[in-house]
Design a protein around this ligand. Structure first.
Ligand code: G4P
Length: 285
């Protein structure tokens, strides 16, 4: 299967991000904890040069915690601040304010030396589509996110969400585009649902997931669907279709339905907490 990213409004998104990045002190970059490298675009390092950097391992609830900890240590060793979060449930958000202050301490100190006191840190959230940017902004800002809006008579400008007296967040997140030089990256992004399923061969994708699962999480599919894992991936998919009664026209097996069911179980965490790539060893899918 060949993965491709359809750029759409990519150029516009990039231009907007370049403009917005000038206004901020801190880049809050969301990555998917299940695929922390595949879900980041390395161009952000160039774009965010000179800014304080915070990486959030979002959807940490869906990834194995021991690997979340390894990834946190990995990013910290590269000089980023890093926090594990579950934006959907609010997990990990409490510690963020303190981490922001710590990540921006040089800027705060520079301000202080210039006699500028209490100027809030300005931050922008960035990440690839579907990584959880809006969910994160809404959970962190809570009621504050209820925008003041562009009232009639008020000049239209950037909207800042005041989190507290020391942090302001730009209300529009920056969209990063995934990189597809490596097809493994494409596969991992397709598995987590960041590439529209309509443009993929869903049975092939399910077969890749089965290969990954039987190799790295042996026994999980056998437990969940009562199948024999000791056969090729398409035979496993056939058994899943049988076990889950995925049928078309009365009694023909519906492989598309079985594939969607498997992918949905995986993406929603019903197969357990799973990590698809690991620091330094990145050839597992
Ligand atoms: P985006 O702005 O970066 O494009 O992403 P968005 O916030 O729209 O989130 C994409 C999906 O990821 C949403 O699911 C959202 O609920 C889910 N999500 C975000 N953060 C987390 C997290 O930390 N843990 C988990 N488990 N899920 C998270 P959805 O299916 O599109 O919507 P919904 O049915 O959940 O509302």
């Amino acid at each position: 299967m060949h993965f491709q990213w359809y750029p759409g409004h990519m150029t516009k998104a990039k231009r907007m991000m370049q403009e917005n990045i000038k206004l901020i002190d801190l880049v809050i970059e969301l990555v998917d904890a299940r695929v922390p490298l595949s879900s980041r675009n390395p161009d952000i390092d160039e774009l965010g040069k000179g800014k304080a950097r915070l990486i959030l391992l979002n959807k940490a609830d869906l990834a194995e915690d021991r690997w979340n900890n390894e990834w946190k240590a990995y990013f910290e060793s590269k000089g980023y601040s890093c926090v594990k979060v579950n934006s959907k449930k609010g997990g990990g958000l409490k510690s963020i304010q303190a981490v922001i202050q710590e990540a921006c301490k040089e800027k705060i100190e520079r301000d202080r030396r210039k006699g500028i006191l209490n100027r809030p840190v300005r931050a922008m959230v960035v990440g690839i589509p579907n990584v959880g940017k809006s969910t994160f902004i809404n959970s962190l800002a809570g009621k504050a996110a209820a925008k003041t809006g562009n009232k009639p008579g008020v000049t239209k400008g950037k909207q800042w969400i005041r989190l507290n007296k020391s942090v302001e967040l730009l209300d529009t997140p920056g969209i990063l585009w995934p990189k597809f030089e490596d097809q493994t990256v494409g596969l991992r992004l397709a598995l987590i649902g960041s590439i529209k399923d309509e443009i993929l061969n869903i049975e092939e994708l399910a077969s890749e997931l089965i290969k990954f699962m039987t190799k790295n999480y042996s026994g999980v599919l056998a437990d969940k669907y009562g199948i024999n894992e000791d056969q090729d991936s398409y035979a496993c998919l056939k058994e899943i279709a049988e076990q889950k009664h995925c049928l078309v026209r009365g009694n023909e097996l519906d492989y598309v339905k079985a594939s969607n069911l498997l992918l949905e179980d995986f993406r929603s965490g019903k197969l357990g907490r799973l990590t698809l790539e690991y620091p330094e060893v990145q050839d597992l899918a």
